[in-house]
Design a binder for this molecule. Structure first.
Ligand code: UN1
Length: 512
């Protein structure tokens, strides 16, 4: 094992023999299939152990359900104090956790540190939130009555997360769920179980320092789709929060809906940017590059489509190609690298297939292909691609988790918005313009149809303070900031009669 990874694992007190389930600090070996975890950096085997199987889900859900009965009665600001301590621990472990994220997910150091910072930020947000779980007081139509609403804890939340944000997405859910009074059962991606084990271990350290808190507010299940299905099927998990592909989300949504549970879905994106005639080109190039090649094009928010006004399309394309040629590709743990590896061979094949299809549909492909020089052997490193293509081409409708940017041209803003909104996904979007009318139109009801619509910044890299999520096939969920917390609670409307009469609503008379 590489020395800096070994150092990080030691700092994180990561056990040598990995166990697939944990209820608080009670770890159990998995009884399911064997899992080999390989680093996308160089293919080295990081761990091998057995995953959990569906029957093991039951014990975890039992414990989470029992923990809920206690946790829901702990005052919300006291729950917030636990989240505050957890955020503090994350600050202590920021660097080793980021190192582990780099080795397991292939992120460059800056982006891995940013991901852990996102966890810390959401903890801070949740601490404040724990004193702001406000309900409304509503004017009653009846004399001597008060109408009010309260937000109560919902129950244990199942969190299914993806490889590309192996720690932050869990933290978005966990920090908010804990403040709201809900235990969390986490099934991370099978591609990034070690980062999950590290996060859960950090949580158990905070739990050990707070023996009054039921430890089963945090549990972990490393397993495959069968474990995910068992979570989605469990009527004792009133909310399933799932991040990943559209097919995965569709399956989870159907299973959860069939038991009338609540699901919060963050699925695919096909994020576009309109570059308008008045655009600041330098800003456009920087924002496109970060959004399109950052995380090697493997963010849900990665920019996949540039819709560029014809007056500046050639200039922008040429300048972007110039920047793309110089982008440092290689070992993500080396300072200065901007593009690390794809997660695995399948991701590389998907990129190759998409580029071949794009060529078949008339696309002109710049870049692309496997990079083998100056990169660690055993990983799948690629040159990012820009594909000049007609906006009607079928491939443009599809999200490929790789650094492919489809480059299209437009004449009128109306056409640009319509091209922009013509895809099935609706996560993030952007416009680069110095024209206030264009910017406002893009953000208006007739503009972008996405959950995130930005002006003069790229599509990726959202802050935690806003609600994060999107429309259409993206699944409609909202996580992290703003009032996303409401999904993690149940609302009770209370009508209180403090008079001696019993007037009925709607003026109904019912004399006995
Ligand atoms: C994801 O890709 O699943 O906005 C999450 C961003 C990050 C979160 C991405 N803050 O790019």
């Amino acid at each position: 094992m590489h020395a800096n990874l070994q150092k990080a694992c030691d700092a994180l007190a990561l056990p040598k023999d990995h166990k697939a389930t944990a209820i608080g600090n009670q770890w159990q070996p998995g009884r399911g299939d064997s899992l080999s975890v390989e680093s996308p950096i160089d293919g080295q085997l990081l761990a091998k152990f057995k995953m959990a199987n569906p029957p093991q889900v039951e014990a975890v859900v039992d414990a989470a359900s029992a923990a809920f009965l206690e946790w829901r009665s702990v005052p919300a600001p006291v729950r917030g104090e636990f989240v505050r301590q957890f955020g503090q621990k994350l600050r202590e472990f920021k660097e080793p956790l980021a190192t582990l994220v780099s080795w397991e997910a292939g992120k460059i150091t800056q982006e891995a540190l940013g991901e852990v910072q996102e966890m810390i930020d959401v903890c801070d947000f949740a601490v404040g939130l724990s004193r702001q779980l406000y309900g409304k007081t509503i004017a009653s139509e009846r004399p001597g009555h008060r109408l009010t609403e309260q937000w109560h804890p919902l129950g244990p939340v199942g969190v299914i997360s993806a490889f590309n944000f192996p720690v932050a997405v869990w933290a978005w859910n966990a920090a908010i769920a804990w403040a709201c009074g809900d235990p969390v059962v986490w099934k991370p991606s099978e591609k990034t179980p070690l980062a999950a084990i590290a996060c859960h271990t950090i949580a158990t350290q905070v739990l050990a320092e707070n023996p009054d808190i039921p430890a089963a507010i945090s549990s972990l299940l490393i397993g495959g789709a069968d474990v995910g299905h068992a979570l989605a099927s469990s009527p004792r998990l009133p909310l399933i929060s799932a991040t990943g592909s559209v097919p995965m989300g569709r399956a989870v949504a159907q299973t959860v809906a069939s038991r009338l549970g609540r699901s919060l879905l963050e699925l695919g994106g096909n994020n576009g940017m309109i570059v308008a005639p008045s655009a600041d080109l330098d800003l456009a190039i920087r924002s496109i590059t970060f959004s399109a090649v950052g995380t090697c094009g493997q963010r849900c928010t990665s920019m996949r489509r540039a819709i560029v006004h014809e007056s500046l399309a050639d200039t922008l394309r040429d300048q972007l190609l110039g920047v793309y040629k110089k982008l440092p590709i290689g070992d993500p743990t080396v300072e200065g690298t901007l593009i690390g590896p794809l997660i695995d061979e399948r991701a590389f094949e998907a990129m190759e297939t998409a580029l071949a299809e794009a060529r078949g549909q008339g696309g002109v492909v710049h870049g692309g292909g496997r990079e083998t020089e100056g990169v660690p052997q055993g990983g799948f490193y690629v040159r990012p691609a820009i594909v000049e293509i007609d906006s009607e081409a079928a491939i443009v409708q599809q999200e490929t988790f790789a650094p492919i940017l489809y480059f299209m041209r437009y004449q009128s803003l109306e056409d640009a918005v319509s091209i922009h909104n013509s895809v099935p996904q609706g996560l993030s979007s952007a416009i680069i313009t110095n024209d206030v009318r264009e910017a406002e139109l893009f953000c208006s009801p007739v503009g972008s149809d996405c959950g995130i619509a930005n002006v003069n910044i790229g599509t990726s890299g959202a802050e935690i303070g806003g609600a994060f999520g999107g429309e259409k096939e993206t699944g409609g969920g909202r996580e992290s900031g703003s009032d996303s917390w409401k999904l993690y609670m149940r609302r009770a409307t209370n009508t209180i009669n403090y008079s001696e009469d019993l007037p009925l609503a709607q003026g109904i008379r019912f004399d006995i």
